[in-house]
Design a protein around this ligand. Structure first.
Ligand SMILES: Cc1ncc(COP(=O)(O)O)c(C=O)c1O
Length: 318
């Protein structure tokens, strides 16, 4: 990836917002191989990391005041930020049947979830897609942790059992930050309904949301290789086992967490108490309250520290 970045550094011209042909082919092939998106006509687009897309998708789709967007009950804070930037209303809900008659324009889902690590089964995803299609809403599925399943096999919204025989009304949002440890490069991408993707592309072109050419080349290299993903997965799996055992021995209960980069942990007390108890031991975790009111009794423990820091955390927990 670094070699591809360096080799692409003589890039004085403007890059293509849609992605250069090599990157577009790499994204398309990856979606087919990893997500089951093997129908022809998949719309694809690179993004400047996926946070940028999460933060601006409602605006890019023309969603605004008077519109409703459904976001996960406990979720990555940028979903709500994006809805707020667009001037629309965010409704936190994991159950669409609980919603009233209001017109929903967009539904965000996130499986595997940040912060809970919960994986939504294909049947659940299918219900969300059917519900949205009946109402003309768009489903945006943030799947940046898809390659990191531990005790469950995460399914993409683009898989045949979820999307049926078309990509109508669905977008899958991905990132190389997690899969390839490439957060510093800002490499994300999306795939889905070609009509929606081309609308998003049209706006992004004029808004200047363009992935730099050398980063496009590094992304192409990353998507063409699975070995580094397997190696990095093994490191995370090992940290996860050690941290989970240490947390459990220290009286925590770890819930969900069957995939992704976090252990969603609780001692059945207010999250700030837990954050304080861990901070006294020099261990930094995220309070569940950051992710929504339903998270107030949990903390999010990340697997992203180095092996040496994880060893030290395990020692301090014991
Ligand atoms: C659920 C989720 N979506 C999107 C992102 C954004 O990642 P990036 O902008 O690095 O692709 C993150 C990062 O933590 C995340 O947890």
């Amino acid at each position: 990836m670094r070699d591809a970045l360096a080799a692409g550094s003589n890039a004085p011209g403007y890059p293509l917002t849609a992605g250069n042909p090599h990157l577009r082919a790499a994204i398309t092939a990856w979606f087919a191989a990893t997500c089951g998106a093997d129908l022809p006509g998949l719309g694809v687009l690179p993004t400047i990391g996926s946070k940028e897309l999460v933060g601006w998708l409602p605006t890019l789709l023309g969603i605004g005041p008077g519109d409703t967007v459904v976001i996960p009950e406990i979720g990555y804070p940028t979903y709500e930020v994006g809805v707020t930037l667009a001037g629309a209303r965010a409704v936190r809900s994991d159950s669409l049947t609980a919603l009233g008659p209001e017109r929903v324009r967009l539904v965000w889902i996130n499986s595997p979830s940040n912060p809970t690590g919960r994986v939504l089964p294909a049947a659940h995803l299918r219900k969300v897609v059917d519900w949205a299609r009946e109402r003309g809403a768009i489903v945006a599925s943030d799947e940046c942790y898809l390659p990191l399943g531990w005790e469950a096999e995460p399914v993409s919204v683009l898989a045949p059992e979820v999307r049926g025989d078309s990509y109508t009304g669905i977008l899958a949002v991905h990132s190389l930050s997690k899969r390839s440890n490439l957060a510093g490069y800002r490499g994300g991408f999306l795939g889905g309904d070609p009509a929606i993707v081309s609308e998003i592309l049209a706006v992004r072109k004029h808004a200047g949301m363009i992935v730099p050419e050398p980063v496009q080349d590094a992304m192409t290299a990353a998507l063409g290789d699975e070995q580094h993903v397997t190696e990095q997965r093994a490191r995370y799996a090992d940290r996860r086992e050690r941290l989970r055992a240490a947390l459990t021995a220290a009286g925590f209960r770890v819930e969900h967490s069957e995939a992704g980069l976090y252990l969603w942990s609780t001692r059945d007390e207010d999250c700030w108490e837990t954050v304080g108890w861990l901070a006294e031991r020099g261990i930094l975790v995220a309070p569940g309250a950051f992710y929504g009111p339903a998270g107030v009794k949990h903390v999010r423990v990340a697997l992203t520290a180095s092996d040496a820091r994880v060893d030290e955390a395990v020692r301090r927990l014991s």
